[in-house]
Design a protein. Structure first.
Length: 146
């Protein structure tokens, strides 16, 4: 599969893997100057790129880089970003600061990852009754702690 990128802002960096076995492509903050995100605040960071996969049966998922999450309590407000294969606009990544200290994002900083995953497109149907299962309607911890 090929994922083609187009720069839509000056200073944009084409996403790339940090190592040969990296699962995601690093996204860079395409900002002209540092941006500080205070505790409890969020900011949508432009990446300066748009993407086009050559396979429509994929989804591009956005995650914050683990170091930003662990060290600075940064995350996405919706936990994971979902980019449909037919979206051609600029990829922007909203970041929220759940920590106790302000975090200042630098221009060009690698702050998120884009992971491309295959998608199964099921047919949908309506039913009056669903078949029973071992779990049934039990949820939210019903299978136990250990």
């Amino acid at each position: 599969m090929t994922l083609t990128f187009k720069k839509v802002r000056e200073g944009a960096v084409i996403p790339a893997k940090a190592t040969r076995c990296s699962a995601g492509l690093d996204l860079h903050a395409c900002i002209p100057e540092p941006v500080t995100v205070n505790p409890g605040d969020s900011y949508s960071f432009p990446t300066g790129v748009a993407a086009c996969p050559d396979d429509e049966n994929v989804v591009m998922l956005i995650f914050v880089r683990s170091g930003h999450g662990i060290r600075h309590c940064l995350t996405l407000p919706n936990s994971v970003g979902v980019i449909d294969s037919d979206y051609r606009g600029e990829i922007t990544v909203p970041i929220i600061n759940h920590g106790h200290e302000p975090y200042t994002m630098q221009p060009g900083e690698r702050f998120a990852q884009l992971v491309t995953v295959p998608v199964v497109f099921p047919e949908t149907a309506e039913a009056d009754v669903l078949p029973d299962s071992e779990r049934g309607v039990s949820g939210f911890g019903s299978s136990g702690k250990l």
